[in-house]
Structure formats: structure tokens, C-alpha cells
Design a protein around this ligand. Structure first.
Ligand code: UDX
Length: 460
């Protein structure tokens, strides 16, 4: 047990309260943070919505408190519905969270609670905690560059970059290089995006610090910029999954059969394809993707999760996705399709040569940390900006843009997996893997930042 752990246990402020947003890309980093704080001596209490509630039996070391959200119906599919759902969760949980938090403060005694760490999208919970005099920290699950984009949004509107004009998509945003207009955060309409980002910034402004799932070697200048722009402490303690494995916070059952399948493949031969937990594709794009994969001749694991192609745009339902007739026969013995994969383990497997990804921030960092280069197909939100960094800054992948055509897909896969510039990208990714190991190793920048975070929590 280190110095900080001893402090946490010996001191009275030993409870930390966590409130993740109930979406996979947000649950995973919060549970990784829970693992880190628990290992440093904190007792962990996790507040969560009914929506996508975690399974307490998989985390017997934590206490769970359900906050009724009163929202029924299927999970939203379209991104604008996801954003409206996030607003609705905030509104519905505010009053019940206030009562439950007050009860916990009575039970633990106020002095025993160090702070609340809330997801950046849970502004209402930050406000409730502030009213009850509980210090808060905000976990931002995206990159430092992405958060700078959030902060700059009003300025970018003033300067005329936003709302996005189709004719200006390629224009560079000189205030936020290397982003072009097309790389700026977008979730549905301009007004919805602006409101979403303003709420995250308000949550951070009301907090005692922001925790970022990034690391110094990956985003040094972006972190320096953030520290200049914010008066709050910034804790770059990522990549969180390097400290704390997360398989137990997966909402869908991970099909582990693909790991055995990988065991039988040669080193650096397989393409892993997954578009995360939210991104959807049209049935046309699914067909082009399938035939591009088939004709590339490259071995593959493809995650086709239920709802990847919504049943119909009107119904927005989550149903099993059918691959084109003949695809299975054309690829038999050369590929495997699963509904959900143990992604971190797949990326860590030596047989994996490349990752075709939507560039969610978790997927991007998980890939970088295993030295796996990427084909990028961003869909919404921060993914375009992440893809820009992958291609233009870290040079560990490239984007497959425009309308998907099977011949372009086939060429892109070959370029990444067997091409010479794919090999160069793999070499650069290996350097980032080493850098991530150093940052998360003893006395590395992220390890030191965790120590500072714990000290900060205990000082609040
Ligand atoms: C969303 C946004 O898309 C993302 O841009 C934002 O930064 C966080 O919220 P999501 O789309 O789900 O997240 O993508 P991502 O951030 O990559 O997170 C997906 C997580 O699910 C990863 O931790 C990944 O390891 C896991 N996963 C994915 C699996 O366990 N199995 C799979 O088959 C696919």
C-alpha cells in the first residue's frame, strides 16, 4: 500500500462516490477509475440509473445505489435521441439523487465522503452535490483536444465556423488546429450540440477538477493548452484501462470464442472490425463493408452487434443484423462474426494487425496502447476529431471517407494490413504503445497524476 493509500485509509474522508453515465463508452472509464481509487484505499459507492444498470454481483467490492430514472422504453438508437435521453436522465434523476445523496451523507457522515466523481454529461448531479456541499470532480471520457473544442464552441460560433456549412467542411480551424470544420464535435443539430457541450462545460466549471482519460505522451500540447484555459486542476490519468481491466463492466455478453480463433492465426494477420456501442450503419453500407472485407482476402473478426443496422429508420429498433447472402460462404474459415467481442483482449492479441474503428475515444486509446494501427470511419460526436488525430497527428491510421464502396474498402484494408505504409503506421503505433507503458508505469506521468488526484480528493 502506497503513501496515498495509507492516507486514504487512515483519514476520515475515505468514501468516494461515483456516478457514471449509463452508456458503454462512459461506463467503462468510470469503472476503471473505480478500480484505481479502490486500489488506493477508497471505499467506492456507485450511483447509477435504472437504464443500463450495472450488475452489482460482478463488483462485490463496491456499493451500488440505484437512482430511479422513471424513463421506460427501448434504448435510443439515433444520436440525437441519445442526446435527448441524456437530458431526460439528468432531469429525471435530479430529485431522487438529492434524496439518496443526503441519505448517504447521513449514513457515512459528511466528513467521511471525499467527493463525488460524476460523468461530464451529468450536470444536474454535479449541481445537486454542490448544493449539498459535496465537492465534485468531473470525468471527461473523451480526449483533451475534444474538451478544448467544447470550451471553444462559443468562440467558434462567433468566428463563423459554426453552424457547420457544407461548403466549409475542409476549412482549417486556426484556433483549434489540426481540426478542420468537419472534425468539430457534432451530435445531430447545431442547437442540440451547443446545448450538450454547454452543459458539460457548466459541469466542469462547477467542479473542483477534471479527470481526463488521456496521457501526456499522447496529448502533451493539448493538455498544456487546457491547463492554460482552465483555472481548475486537470488530471491526465489515462489510459485508464492500462491500470484497471474492465471486462466486467460490459453491458453485452462478450463472445470469447474469437480469442481461440485468433490463437490459430499467424502474427499480425487479422483485421478487427468494430464500430463501438452506438454507431449505426445503413444496410447499403453494411453490404459494401461485407463485400470489401470478403474481397480483401484478409482474415477478420467483425463485431456485428444487434442494432448495428437499425430495423428501419422509422422504427429505430434494435434487432439482429443480417449479413448479405453468400458472405458467410465467401469468407468461411477466414473470418469470424460476433455480436460483441472482448475488445481489449482482441486488440492485445499478437495475431491482430489492424483495427477498423469508428474512433470512439475508448477504442482509439485501446488500439494505440496495443500498437494496433487503425482504419477510421467516424460517425458522430468526438469521433471525427479523434480520426483527425489518428491520421494527421499520430499517423497511426487513415480515414475511409465518403460513400462506402466495396473496392475502396478492399483497398483500404490491404493498405493497412499488408501495405508498406500500414507497416509504418504499425511501427509508429508500437512507439505509442511504449510511451503509454511508460506513462502508466511507476513514476510515469499518469501514475504521478493519480497520486495528485488522490491527494486533491483528500484535500477538498
Ligand atoms: C461513445 C462515443 O462513441 C465515443 O466517441 C465517446 O468517446 C464515448 O462514448 P462508443 O461509441 O461506445 O462510446 O465507443 P468507445 O468509446 O470506443 O467505447 C466502446 C467500448 O466498448 C470500448 O471500451 C470497447 O473496448 C468496448 N467494446 C466495444 C467491447 O467490449 N466489445 C466490442 O465488441 C466493442
Amino acid at each position: 500500500m502506497g503513501h496515498n493509500a495509507a492516507l486514504a485509509v487512515a483519514g476520515r474522508r475515505r468514501h468516494v462516490l461515483l456516478f457514471p453515465l449509463g452508456y458503454q463508452g462512459h461506463i467503462n472509464p468510470m469503472f476503471r477509475l473505480a478500480g484505481i481509487l479502490h486500489a488506493r484505499g477508497f471505499e467506492v459507492t456507485v450511483f447509477h440509473t435504472h437504464f443500463n444498470a450495472p450488475d452489482p454481483s460482478r463488483h462485490p467490492q463496491y456499493r451500488f445505489v440505484t437512482v430511479p430514472d422513471g424513463i421506460s422504453g427501448p434504448a435510443p438508437v439515433a444520436i440525437e435521441d441519445v442526446v435527448s435521453h441524456i437530458f431526460a436522465l439528468n432531469a429525471a434523476c435530479e430529485a431522487p439523487f438529492r434524496d439518496l445523496l443526503a441519505a448517504i451523507l447521513d449514513e457515512y457522515s459528511r466528513d467521511a465522503v471525499a467527493c463525488l466523481v460524476a460523468d461530464g454529461h451529468l450536470l444536474s448531479m454535479v449541481q445537486v452535490a454542490t448544493r449539498l456541499s459535496v465537492p465534485t470532480l468531473v470525468l471527461r471520457t473523451g480526449s483533451a483536444a475534444c474538451f478544448s473544442c467544447f470550451l471553444a464552441y462559443p468562440l467558434l460560433i462567433d468566428r463563423g465556423y459554426l453552424p457547420v456549412q457544407e461548403s466549409e467542411l475542409e476549412t482549417e480551424v486556426s484556433e483549434l488546429l489540426p481540426y478542420r470544420v468537419r472534425d468539430l464535435m457534432r451530435v445531430g443539430s447545431h442547437d442540440l450540440t451547443r446545448e450538450l457541450l454547454a452543459r458539460v462545460v457548466a459541469a466542469v466549471d462547477a467542479s473542483a477538477g477534471v479527470i481526463l482519460n488521456t496521457f501526456d505522451a499522447l496529448e502533451r500540447s493539448e493538455l498544456e493548452k487546457l491547463r492554460r484555459d482552465l483555472t481548475l486542476p486537470v488530471f491526465d490519468i489515462g489510459p485508464l484501462h492500462m491500470f484497471s481491466p474492465v471486462t466486467e463492466s460490459s453491458l453485452l455478453r462478450q463472445d470469447r470464442s474469437c480469442l481461440e480463433w485468433l490463437d490459430a492465426r499467424p502474427t499480425a494477420s487479422v483485421l478487427y472490425v468494430s464500430f463501438g456501442s452506438l454507431a449505426c450503419m445503413s444496410s447499403r453500407d453494411l453490404v459494401e463493408t461485407a463485400w470489401g472485407i470478403a474481397s480483401s482476402g484478409v482474415p477478420f473478426i467483425w463485431v456485428v452487434r444487434p442494432g448495428l443496422v437499425p430495423a428501419s429508420v422509422e422504427e429505430k429498433e434494435t434487432t439482429a443484423t443480417r449479413l448479405p447472402d453468400g458472405f458467410e460462404a465467401a469468407t468461411r474459415g477466414r473470418g469470424t462474426v460476433v455480436a460483441w467481442a472482448p475488445q481489449e483482449e482482441v486488440l492485445r492479441h499478437p495475431a491482430v494487425a489492424g483495427f477498423w474503428t469508428h474512433c470512439g475515444w475508448n477504442s482509439t486509446t485501446e488500439s494505440v496502447c496495443e500498437g494496433v494501427p487503425m482504419l477510421c470511419r467516424p460517425h458522430f460526436g468526438d469521433q471525427m476529431g479523434n480520426a483527425r488525430y489518428v491520421e494527421h497527428v499520430w499517423k497511426v491510421g487513415f480515414e475511409v471517407g465518403g460513400d462506402l464502396e466495396r473496392s475502396a474498402v478492399e483497398a483500404a484494408i490491404r493498405r493497412l494490413v499488408t501495405g508498406s505504409d500500414g507497416a509504418e503506421m504499425r511501427a509508429r503505433a508500437s512507439e505509442l504503445k511504449k510511451a503509454a507503458k511508460e506513462c502508466t508505469g511507476k513514476a510515469g506521468s499518469s501514475d504521478l497524476a493519480i497520486g495528485k488526484l488522490v491527494d486533491h480528493m483528500l484535500s477538498l
